[in-house]
Design a protein around this ligand. Sequence first.
Ligand code: SF4
Length: 487
Amino acid sequence: MKYILEGHEMKHAAEEMLLHLLPTETLTRVETEQDGDICISALTEQDGCLCAAARVTIGGETHAGSIPVLTEGLDELSRKRAVSTAVKTSIYDAVVPFLEEPPVWGSLTGVRPAKLARGLVERGKTRGEAAEILRSSFHVSPERTALTIRAAATAMELDQEIGPDDISLYVGIPFCPSRCYYCSFVSSTTAQSGALIEPYLETLCGEIRETAALVRQAGKRVQSIYIGGGTPTTLSAEQLERLTAALADSFDLSALREYTVEAGRPDTITPEKLRVLKNAGVGRVSINPQSMEDSVLAAIGRKHAAADVLRAFDEARQAGFREINMDVIAGLTGDTPETFAHTIDTLIGLAPENITVHTLAIKRGADLTDKAAAAAQHETVSRMLDYAYHALPQAGYGPYYLYRQKFMAGGYENVGWCRPGTECFYNVTMMEELQTILSLGAGGVSKRVDRDTGWIERANNPKYPLEYIRAADRLANGKKKLLFSKK
Ligand code: SF4
């Protein structure tokens, strides 16, 4: 589809909304009106009033939308946001008549819907009023509105438990035994990069020691640790022992309230590794089947069967883990609503404390066939999520955090469900940007959150393991700036 911007340069906003509603389109910006499918997004000013308008033609049919932009009394940044929202909403109004049904998230395109709801409540709205704004201004469905308000409430509760000097740590291990076909993480297989694991671990332990010294100097307290990846349990038991010892020896962990390790792939889990983790004080592990159907697991490139998940889960319980998360993905190749329901039922039968239901995200740069296939999955994914969202509450799970990614099949979301009192603190604080999180390892993005103003500053580590190892002597610089800058 071609698109034209008139009177504004909100290219990102316009493209984001068009792809949110028409995910299979390839967008091309043009300067003049042309035949064929086109969107014209304009910002006009008349008698001091701004108005965002859109006209969309698809298959010879045309629809339009227009929204006044209220900018009175706004500072420059807030004005830009208001214009961006109006541009998006006008495009939404013009495109929706072409769709069989409106998206469940309406015109909301952001990654963190609960943060938006929380902001409304913090600015004086009641939860009911915040819900009404989501429904009427953003056209969010009643079910997604309820999920959002629940997640916002959990975030507000946990927010009360964060002191001004509390921070969390993320430690990344970007290695996996094989690559899942849908993977969008920076993760190398052991076959490709196994030789890098040792030097990577050595560099990481160095970064841990340097970061710990900075954290001590800055007077910060570590509230939670999350070792993710990749698949951290790709490391051997001895390497895991070295990693956890480096953390325990370097940081003061006396205020630690949660310690998670992603033991994502059951084919990497052994009783010995679980023992090492347990002895190191890890309380929460994530064992991620994604599906309990062997044919689906084979189709997505996992080198394990559903029976391995059952074995790993049992071993984790035997090792004493009382907080286990299990991830599933709706929309995987070869999965059907019936087999997905079987996966959900099997997990409920195991009774882990957390079950996280993801929706397949199409990789950035995926080809058109992938995008079209994922878009065609819309109906299937909708049925899968409907099943999960009814079965989980009946089994005693409640939603506690959610986020969206771009290019998700059907424009849906990822939702963390938990038994009461087992919310993952790190997941909530990270997703809702409640506190400073220092990220160690390749691809780590540290964020300093100013809890008074909401201002966020970032410092990025090199993305790939080799680059990271080569940058060993300057890894602490970004974190030093975050911890000690005056802003
Ligand atoms: S286990 Fe996770 S990080 Fe590893 S390849 Fe699969 S999706 Fe990617």
